[in-house]
Write a new protein. Structure first.
Length: 438
């Protein structure tokens, strides 16, 4: 296995091992016959074990959400870090939810009142912290998954999960349990929780002070048509260096916009003097971007991401852009205009609903005429139906030993991933940028 691929898998391996370790310590504390000898012991053990796994995964979820640059090396990209963050957070919630329910059910045959005390706040604050943390976590997750709020409000709700974690951590350390009995388990859970709280403070509470940000000045705001706005920026002082395909988090100050932070792919090439983003008006904030004033200050955090043709493993690549998913490919194509690669052959599928939506087609066509190794293949779904792996195979031929890069609407990406893997393309050769970054 190539060293880079191995390194990119280290992160997930560490997450799995970090979750299994407290389970192993718990299992060695007493014989399983005592843990699961009767229904009361079994349900109590389930409650204890789910609490351990839940607080461990919750800690790791908070750490993974902190946008720590070094994590990209060990997971492959920030996008993948956030995907694992979503999975670990969901699993953590389910385990934490089972924890009080299992303990309460175990107590029902003994005392319904004592069972209820585990679910209803009372005089025991060690228990109350756990109940309040769980209720806060449930409320915020319901909002995150089901409320049709603006991105920034959802982002704020997501950030309050740190409060739920703090309450859960207080519960874990104040309640009499195996964590309080076993010094190794106590040190492990405490250390992990402390790292999570430190990551939360660094990213959410004091990010404006600790995180490196670049300052750019808005030079121009160009309406490219079809609801796409291009923001052109020049560096105020320090220039941000990036590789083709990466993205940034950006907010604007004194430009007539609210100070919301949003992620966008960089559409300019690293060789260009100005930094550019190309944005489709898909919501309240992006819809107002056309009114952004020239001279506004842009605060930029980044760059992030591993979605780049430079990370391809093969000499042949297929690029698939759906709608505004064209932006990272613009960056890459514009870079190839200057830094041509004779060793790389690219079939570039530009998919939109209508021909009018192909705002960047003429520029891309000009790039392909300058570089014979890039073929631009337009695809309008109104005329030809949705782009599929079969269509691509019929046009590009054999897909073995080919890197496939896909960026577009989530249903499109998910459908193409399934089709390509069903056609025998190894998953490691399919690269996506999904922007699930809450």
């Amino acid at each position: 296995m190539p060293q880079r691929i191995f390194k990119n898998r280290v992160g997930l391996t560490v997450v799995i091992l970090a979750t299994l370790l407290p389970m192993f310590m718990w299992l060695t504390m007493m014989p399983l016959s005592m843990r699961f000898g009767d229904s009361f012991s079994a349900l109590t053990s389930v409650g204890q074990l789910t609490a351990l796994v839940g607080i461990t995964l919750f800690s790791l979820t908070i750490i993974l959400s902190a946008r720590l640059h070094f994590l990209e090396e060990y997971f492959g990209s920030l996008d993948r870090v956030y995907r694992i963050h979503h999975y670990s957070g969901t699993i953590a919630f389910l385990f934490i939810l089972v924890h009080p329910l299992a303990l309460a059910v175990a107590l029902v045959p003994i005392s319904v009142v004592e069972a209820a005390k585990l679910l209803i706040p009372g005089g025991d604050w060690a228990v109350n912290f756990g109940i309040l943390g769980l209720l806060l976590m449930m409320s915020l997750l319901v909002i995150t998954f089901f409320a049709k709020w603006r991105y920034q409000y959802l982002r704020f709700a997501h950030q309050i999960l740190g409060g739920a974690f703090f309450l859960g951590a207080l519960h874990a350390f104040l309640i009499p349990s195996d964590v309080s009995i076993n010094p190794w388990l106590k040190v492990y859970i405490f250390s992990l929780a402390a790292l999570a709280i430190a990551a939360y403070i660094y990213h959410t509470l004091l990010g404006h002070a600790f995180k490196k940000r670049y300052t750019y000045i808005v030079e121009a705001v160009n309406d490219l048509g079809e609801g796409i706005i291009e923001v052109v920026m020049r560096p105020e002082n320090e220039v941000m260096h990036y590789v083709p395909g990466q993205f940034i988090f950006i907010s604007f100050v004194d430009g007539g916009m609210t100070k919301e932070v949003h992620p966008f792919s960089i559409s300019s090439a690293p060789t260009e003097k100005y930094l550019r983003i190309s944005v489709k008006a898909l919501g309240d904030w992006t819809g107002q971007l056309k009114y952004l004033n020239a001279g506004a200050t842009a605060r930029i955090e980044g760059p992030f991401g591993g979605f780049s043709y430079l990370k391809g493993k093969c000499g042949r690549q297929i690029w698939i852009a759906g709608g505004i998913g064209i932006t990272p490919f613009l960056n890459m194509a514009r870079n190839l205009r200057v830094n041509q690669r004779d060793d790389l052959v690219i079939d570039f599928y530009y998919a939109t609903k209508t021909e009018d939506e192909m705002v960047f087609y003429n520029e891309l066509k000009a790039i392909s005429e300058e570089n014979s190794n890039i073929s631009i293949i337009p695809h309008q779904s109104d005329e030809k139906g949705f782009l599929s792996a079969d269509v691509i195979k019929s046009t590009s031929g054999d897909l073995s030993n080919t890197d496939i890069f896909v960026c577009g609407p989530p249903p499109m990406m998910q459908g193409l991933i399934k089709q390509f893997t069903a056609a025998g393309v190894p998953r490691r050769l399919i690269h996506t940028e999904e922007f699930k970054l809450l």
